[in-house]
Design a protein around this ligand. Structure first.
Ligand code: B12
Ligand code: SF4
Length: 585
């Protein structure tokens, strides 16, 4: 990606300089920023131009054969202009065009994609591994370069391919977080359902070695996709990054983020949280509809919706995107074509609100969201909103233990050594939350036993149900279903699905066989016992509280650096400059 352009230049200008080796660059940097390398203007781009031999647009798989042939023909480095591998049609279409985005001869199926050679890595050095299940996205957000090089429709891997990739990660010995790096996890909902089932089955058969996190468009929360959320929970998804971008409909229209206009983002967030999935979210400040006040609405939205990890960035026009083309047409583009880091202090376009207001609004967002008090308040909101489901497991792993110790040492005390009251108050509330939930689960378990005793006492071969008892059984069945998926690994997922369906039919008929009802009851008890164990000390909320605190510390450090750099780099503009800045260019 472009952000790695500088380190690539250091490499080419350092260890690689003077060697004969031909250099090939692929990925988002080569795809989106190809022009800056082919027609260099900055010193860095000259180094890339002179140091690289081949640029490969888009995915590697279709280019391997022509690239190998080219490397055989030119086995030595040359300082001439690098050769670009790119489909003719992409070059022929005007910049920002969406006409080629559904071309299946360019964006090919993923059936021949080889399994990554994870065995070549020392996985001990990685906090998370990666799994790509689909590529491409059906939406057309104006700022997005991903669809330009990954395609404007989703191409999915099949169940066998996904299982093979999970197995390859598993075989390295890695256990823990796996980033499902799809451009939009829910771009192709039907495929996603089948992929999720493969992921669930893999997890069940391997005693849940992984937790997953991913990114998805906001329509994941719409009613017609509601069936996907429990599957994500069962697969072990712990977090989903949503592109919320802005709470303001006009800003969303300006970005062509139509999917956000058709859904209520707050509802999607709440639905995910109720499944025990934490929501991370992206926000963009600086669209033509934004004013300095938009900064406040972004801050309020983040605070009100239990989002600790808010990736707030400035609008960033990347080459070949519709946004870039439009700003160029309006003469508002600052033509270095290089900016791609949405949080640094470079601006690549002239915002309507003026650069100073944009920078001030952006800094306001950062300072409001990432001071310690705000972080602990939001973290508490996360704990209150997410359901700690049994797929989370109930033991403390070593890295969580270390995180807790680190958090206590670093965050428990202020710089001068004084005790940090806000931090301990936050931890105390997590501890109390666990105690409260434990009491609730115990109460619910006692009620369940009582209910079952009454039901079983009067039953012969069947239990006849009235509307109230049907409702109780239906709630028990939800618990039982989760427990069977999580622990009933002697049965296939499909078998469990059939069992649950059969019980639902019985409930609809108002009569359930005693044996069937007994199985539901026993599995529901398993569910509640596991859930209860999760809230026993140290308690899943307390553990999560430490995890969130450490994440907060990371954000505080990163944002602190961004603000320091930004304050040093952008002197306040005079009133006249501000007026100039507001002129249409
Ligand atoms: C996962 C991810 C991350 C992870 C990376 C984790 C990791 N350890 O790798 C995290 C969350 C850390 C991250 C951070 C950032 N990211 Co990021 N990230 C992605 C994401 C979602 C998926 C990348 C991925 O793994 N895809 C799956 C693999 C299989 O695809 P791939 O890497 O693209 O590789 C394929 C092709 O590109 C090609 N290819 C790749 N390399 C090569 C090399 C050769 C020689 C060849 C021939 C082909 C080739 O073949 C591969 C197989 O088909 C992409 C979005 C996207 N769809 O690309 C953004 C993306 C790459 N990120 C982006 C950005 C901007 C960032 C940040 C700068 C954000 C920020 N402001 O902090 C940081 C920078 C971090 C850093 N210092 O490097 C941009 C880059 C824009 C650009 N054109 O340069 C992207 C495209 C998203 C976007 N449009 O906003 N990111
Ligand atoms: S939903 Fe995400 S991946 Fe799809 S076009 Fe919009 S920004 Fe790009």
């Amino acid at each position: 990606m472009n952000i790695q352009g500088e380190s690539l230049a250091e490499l080419l200008n350092g260890p690689a300089r003077g060697t004969d080796t031909p250099w090939v660059l692929g990925g988002p940097l080569a795809s989106t920023y190809r022009d800056t390398i082919l027609q260099p203007k900055t010193a860095k781009d000259h180094i890339l131009h002179d140091g690289l031999d081949f640029l490969v647009w888009g995915e590697a798989t279709p280019w391997i054969a022509p690239l190998n042939a080219a490397l055989e023909a030119q086995p030595q480095h040359s300082a001439a202009t690098p050769r670009l591998f790119i489909p003719e049609r992409v070059l022929e279409e005007p910049d920002g065009s969406s006409k080629y985005l559904r071309d299946e001869t360019i964006f090919k199926t993923l059936e021949n994609v080889p399994v990554p050679r994870w065995d070549l890595l020392d996985v001990g050095h990685y906090r998370s591994m990666m799994l790509q299940t689909t590529a491409g996205c059906r939406f057309r957000c104006t700022f997005c370069d991903i669809v330009q090089f990954n395609g404007g429709f989703a191409r999915a891997k099949d169940q066998a391919a996904v299982s093979r990739e999970l197995q390859a990660i598993y075989d390295t010995g890695f256990r823990g977080g796996v980033f499902t790096v799809d451009d939009n996890f829910v771009s192709e909902p039907a495929a996603m359902e089948s992929i999720l089932k493969a992921m669930i089955e893999f997890q069940r058969m391997h005693a849940y070695p992984f937790t997953f996190f991913t990114q998805a468009s906001i329509d994941l929360g719409k009613e017609s996709l509601a069936h996907l959320l429990p599957l994500m929970k069962q697969a072990g998804f712990m977090a989903v990054f949503l592109g919320i971008e802005s709470p303001d409909p006009d800003a969303l229209k300006a970005m062509n983020k139509i999917q956000n206009l058709k859904t209520v983002p707050q509802q999607t967030i709440a639905r995910l949280q109720r499944q025990g999935i934490e929501v991370y979210a992206g926000f963009i400040f600086g669209s033509d509809a934004d004013t300095p006040q938009t900064a406040d609405s972004i801050v309020d939205f983040v605070k009100d919706n239990g989002i600790l990890s808010a990736m707030t960035g400035k609008l960033t026009p990347m080459p070949h995107t519709p946004l870039y083309v439009e700003l160029r047409r309006q003469g508002r583009l600052i033509e270095d074509g290089n900016a791609s880091n949405n949080i640094d202090d470079t601006l690549q376009y002239r915002p309507l609100m003026g650069q100073a207001d944009l920078q001030a609004g952006f800094n306001h967002i950062l300072t409001s969201l990432f001071n310690r008090q705000a972080i602990y308040e939001r973290a508490r909101g996360v704990l209150e909103r997410i359901d700690m489901h049994i797929f989370r497991g109930n033991s403390l792993n070593p890295s969580q233990g270390l995180a807790a110790i680190r958090s206590l040492l670093v965050q428990g005390f202020n710089r001068g050594g004084g005790y940090n009251g806000a931090y301990f108050k936050y931890l105390k509330s997590a501890f109390q939350w666990d105690r409260k939930l434990l009491r609730e689960v115990r109460g619910e378990t006692a009620q369940l036993h009582q209910f079952w005793r009454e039901m079983a006492a009067s039953a012969q071969s069947h239990i006849e149900l009235d509307p109230q008892t049907t409702q109780r059984f239906s709630a028990m069945l939800d618990y039982a279903h989760d427990a069977l998926v999580r622990y009933g690994t002697h049965r296939k997922l499909a078998e469990i699905g059939d069992f649950v369906e059969a019980v639902r039919d019985s409930l609809d008929r108002g009569s359930i066989a005693l044996e069937e009802a007994q199985s539901v009851y026993e599995a529901a008890v398993d569910f509640l016992q596991t859930k209860g164990a999760m809230f026993s000390f140290p308690g899943t909320n307390l553990v999560k509280a430490f995890e969130l605190a450490i994440m907060g510390l990371h954000y505080e450090t990163v944002v602190g650096n961004v603000l320091t750099r930004s304050n040093a780099a952008v002197p306040p503009l005079s009133a006249t400059e501000r007026l100039d800045d507001n002129k249409p260019h």
